[in-house]
Design a protein. Structure first.
Length: 432
């Protein structure tokens, strides 16, 4: 499928989603079952209304998968202007790979063995490194309104050491610090035990300055300047150089009362490298366009999740392609030249809530890399990745969630060789 056809598909999907929004069940956003039933340890003046404080933390909650909607411990000042929350979760996962092993605690499609590499095809793994600790401070000011500071970390560092996940301050619509990229639509993916999630998801963490504006209760936009992470494959006549221009993602989002939304996102990047032979710098424009969202039906019992993204020179923003050095690759017919690599990804998922504390989801995701004939194609270069997940979660009590999950993946190289893997896993997660 060429670029023009993919853009047409994006537009048609967006139109269909807007039309469908008019027939969805409409209701005001409700706080979830875990929020309403969770016990929170509150410290502060008796004059401070605890329900109001909890609602404030809920409104400012982090929307990443598996993250609790509110901290388990909240301290408040006597005047009710400053609040400090401590929370996180402990997550233990046991997994078993069969008929193909993914050499990672996460189900990363690009790490599936292909061809002769696929020998030992079963493996047991246990992991608790994604357990998280977070701190949130909220200050109510006259000049800046609500000022929020947030910090979180898990144990994915070297030798299970602390690793930074988020560190930012937010006020007056401005976010400054280290956080998920503005390219990421955090509400367009269902919960998974798999920490990485769909291979086509656009997710990376960047140091950034972002501005978000709410025009009304339905329409929102955001634009950001983000730290660039340019990762091409260099030839003998090209080399790396300092990047001078930030990546610029921006989006427009339309939401309606059922909690559904649709978002159109664009990304622009300056891709700069050194022509060693001529000793001069060259710049290329990397770009991406994405449509994402979620739709709720039947009093929010059924939720549809979707995303599709395409672009050139944006592989670092797509889960499965990050770190593969395919933002650009050497040109076949022009010496000292790097060419942007076209890539395309999409996923579609369904979640059904059997009860407020019992739900299941199924999702399929696919990523494609399509270099032209004028680019050097390595036999082992990524061509296509497919990801399927099905799971069931049960919140036994508001703070304890157990779940089981099945994952299937297939990786195809440019040579046509492929490999596959399967995983079953279970989790116990305690939120505090």
């Amino acid at each position: 499928m060429n670029i023009s056809k993919k853009i047409i598909c994006l537009v048609l999907l967006m139109v269909a989603q807007i039309i469908s929004s008019s027939v969805l069940y409409s209701q005001s956003e409700e706080m979830d079952w875990a929020y309403e039933n969770k016990d929170v340890l509150m410290f502060g003046s008796e004059e401070v209304d605890n329900d109001t404080i909890r609602a404030l933390f809920y409104a400012l909650r982090n929307l990443e998968r598996n993250t609790p909607d509110q901290p388990g411990i909240i301290f408040s000042s006597k005047n009710g202007k400053f609040h400090f929350g401590v929370g996180g979760y402990v997550k233990a996962v046991a997994s078993y790979d069969f008929e193909g092993v993914v050499n990672s605690p996460d189900f990363v499609i690009s790490k599936i063995p292909v061809g002769d590499e696929e020998k030992d095809n079963q493996k047991l793994r246990m992991d608790a490194s994604t357990s998280n600790l977070s701190f949130k401070a909220i200050l109510d000011t006259e000049r800046l309104g609500i000022v929020e500071g947030y910090f979180s970390a898990n144990f994915r560092g070297s030798s299970l050491t602390f690793q930074l996940q988020d560190a930012y301050v937010r006020f007056l619509g401005i976010l400054a610090g280290y956080a998920p990229s503005t390219m990421e639509d955090l509400e367009s993916t269902p919960v998974t035990i798999d920490y990485q999630g769909p291979n086509a998801e656009t997710f990376t963490r960047n140091t950034q300055i972002r501005y978000t504006a709410d025009f009304n209760e339905h329409l929102q936009m955001a634009v950001a300047l983000e730290m660039p992470h340019f990762d091409p494959s260099y030839s003998q006549t090209t080399a790396a150089c300092n990047q001078r221009v930030p990546d610029v993602p921006l989006y427009f989002q339309y939401s309606w009362k059922s909690g559904s939304h649709i978002r159109l996102t664009g990304l622009f990047r300056d891709l700069r490298y050194l022509d060693v032979t001529k000793n001069e710098y060259k710049d290329k424009l990397g770009w991406g366009i994405q449509l994402s969202g979620s739709s709720h039906f039947f009093s929010n019992k059924l939720t549809l999740y979707y995303q599709t993204v395409l672009g050139q020179g944006v592989s670092e923003y797509i889960q499965d392609l990050s770190g593969l050095s395919i933002d650009m690759i050497p040109s076949k017919d022009v010496q000292n030249n790097l060419k942007r690599v076209p890539c395309y990804g999409w996923y579609f998922g369904v979640q059904y809530n059997f009860l407020p504390n019992l739900f299941s989801s199924v999702l399929y995701s696919q990523v494609e890399v399509d270099p032209s004939n004028n680019e050097i194609v390595y036999d082992q270069m990524y061509k296509r990745g497919q990801y399927l997940v099905a799971n069931l979660f049960w919140d036994i009590i508001p703070t304890v969630r157990v779940g089981v999950e099945y994952l299937h993946g297939r990786l195809t190289h440019q040579s046509g060789a492929d490999g596959h893997a399967n995983r079953v896993q279970a989790q116990v997660q305690y939120n505090f």
